[in-house]
Design a protein around this ligand. Structure first.
Ligand SMILES: *[C@@H]1O[C@H](CO)[C@@H](O)[C@H](O)[C@H]1NC(C)=O
Ligand SMILES: *[C@@H]1O[C@H](CO)[C@@H](O)[C@H](O)[C@H]1NC(C)=O
Length: 234
């Protein structure tokens, strides 16, 4: 009798344990479990970020990879954040430039929505997982959600950004651990090449153009921008 109870209890504990392990194995891969930088301050995040490494959703041929790739973010007098990206085609060394409009999500300060005026013409989730603002930033981007579950990302990317062109190995190792916890496939991790000068595009009047493009494309979101603009609140 006693042996039976003990055995039954053991079986229960083991199955509970298995259940807990399988739940905790899945948990970080849902969007609601993506870790986010606490007290994220977009003003400290503005400026230039050099791409150090990133995890692609699909295999990339070496010839498809961009070099000298970076982002720059700035805020206008109303606190509306825009940005641009620039880099070079690794084969032709041709410079390219694209505009980014940034919306801050009401959900969490570290959750942003990016609108790329050159490509896709969609807003996608761009979240800051961890940053010290002065040396590195780890970002998670979800291009589209799984059709059957809005808490699962179907096409995800992750980035390690630096305030300079290179980062210490320890920072990269830490970033890869975080990428893994985000269920990114590390065989699809690519280091960004930095060779020679970076492209310094002429971006005068660019922020206005990006904003106008974004506004005309996403008119309903205009209200969100107004609500979030600091100039209207204080
Ligand atoms: C998913 O959809 C449900 C119901 O529509 C909603 O309550 C929830 O906030 C959504 N979750 C995310 C992460 O968007
Ligand atoms: C990771 O990516 C590689 C290369 O595309 C692929 O062969 C492998 O199956 C992927 N692993 C997982 C767990 O998806």
């Amino acid at each position: 009798m006693m042996v039976g109870v003990v055995r039954y209890t053991l079986i229960c504990m083991v199955s509970l344990c298995i259940a807990m392990v399988s739940v905790s194995g899945q948990a970080p891969c849902t969007l609601s479990n993506v870790p986010l930088q606490q007290n994220f301050d977009i003003d400290l995040f503005l400026g230039k970020w050099y791409e150090i490494e990133w995890v692609s959703p699909a295999y990339m041929d070496a010839g498809e990879l961009w070099i000298n790739y970076y982002h720059v973010y700035s805020a206008d007098e109303y606190g509306v954040v825009t940005g641009y990206y620039s880099g070079k085609d690794s084969n032709t060394a041709q410079c390219f430039l694209g505009g980014l409009a940034v919306l801050k999500s009401t959900d969490h300060p570290a959750k942003m929505l990016l609108y790329n005026e050159q490509k896709r013409k969609v807003m996608y989730d761009y979240w800051i997982v961890s940053t010290d603002y002065t040396s590195y930033a780890i970002a998670y981007g979800c291009l589209n959600r799984a059709p059957d579950s809005n808490d699962t990302c179907a096409t995800a990317r992750s980035w390690l950004w630096g305030r300079s062109r290179s980062l210490p190995e320890s920072v990269k190792v830490n970033a890869r651990t975080i990428f893994e916890s985000l269920c990114m496939n590390l065989t699809l991790l690519y280091a960004t090449g930095w060779r020679g000068d970076e492209c310094i595009p002429d971006v005068s009047g660019f922020a206005e153009r990006v904003n106008t493009d974004r506004v005309s494309f996403l008119f309903p979101l205009l209200t969100v921008v107004f609500v979030l603009s600091r100039s209207f609140c204080c």
